[in-house]
Design a protein around this ligand. Structure first.
Ligand code: MN
Length: 223
């Protein structure tokens, strides 16, 4: 298990949210996700969400004791003047932290645990039907957003999409896999061919990470 499999991203000793360390090289996901996209996506796009989140929270420093996942889980805790910024940039930070840890190069990503595999079968019929459902939903996101495999409040696996940088946590769902379909995630290599990017994404899923998230989410739901 890499240390990227952290479920709650808190601030550092300076009271600032920060970019989690990437546990693999930018070219580790070639040829499915190219090194240049990885570098820009991680060091520029993700960093910008963090910088803007930190700036927004300057007016509400008491919120910095929460993890970013806790912040986006309950936006009612956030003053109205910065709710939009926390939704967008906090969501961006939380979503990308998950993204880097649920991808890894082909052949090193394990497979769904027996428990998760049978839950996938129960929720979607078969594993292939699950892939088809997540693939279709994600390709169909209008504009910028994400496709997700999530666990809902009742403990059921669901496929959902969110617009912009909204997190499933804001809907009380727990994200297990997130596919970023903002153009910054794929345009350099795939241009307008979003379906090719999404189908290749399934080759870089780090199932060891997803299995861990699933077990943790089940525990959280059962309290
Ligand atoms: Mn992104």
């Amino acid at each position: 298990m890499t240390t990227m499999t952290t479920l709650n991203h808190t601030t550092n000793e300076k009271g600032e949210f920060y970019l989690p360390k990437l546990e693999y090289a930018y070219d580790a996901l070639e040829p499915y996700i190219d090194a240049q996209t990885m570098e820009l996506h991680y060091s520029k796009h993700h960093q910008t969400y963090i910088t803007k989140l930190n700036a927004a929270l300057e007016s509400a420093p008491e919120l910095k004791k929460l993890s970013v996942e806790e912040l986006v889980s309950d936006l009612s805790k956030v003053p109205e003047s910065i709710q939009g910024a926390v939704r967008n940039h906090g969501g961006g930070h939380a979503n990308h932290c998950l993204f880097w840890s649920v991808i890894f190069s082909e052949g090193k990503g394990g497979k769904p645990s027996q428990t998760l595999h049978s839950e996938i079968d129960r929720a979607f019929g078969t594993y292939d039907a699950f892939v088809e459902k997540l693939n279709t939903a994600t390709v169909g996101v209008f504009g910028s957003g994400w496709g997700w495999l999530s666990l809902d409040k009742s403990g059921k696996l669901i496929v959902e999409t969110t617009p912009n940088q909204d997190s499933p946590l804001t809907r009380s769902n727990i994200p297990l896999i997130g596919i970023d379909v903002w153009e910054h995630a794929y345009y350099l290599k795939y241009q307008n061919k979003r379906p090719d990017y999404v189908s290749n994404f399934f080759k870089v899923i780090n199932w060891n990470d997803v299995n861990y998230r699933y077990e943790a989410a089940l525990k959280q739901i059962k309290g």
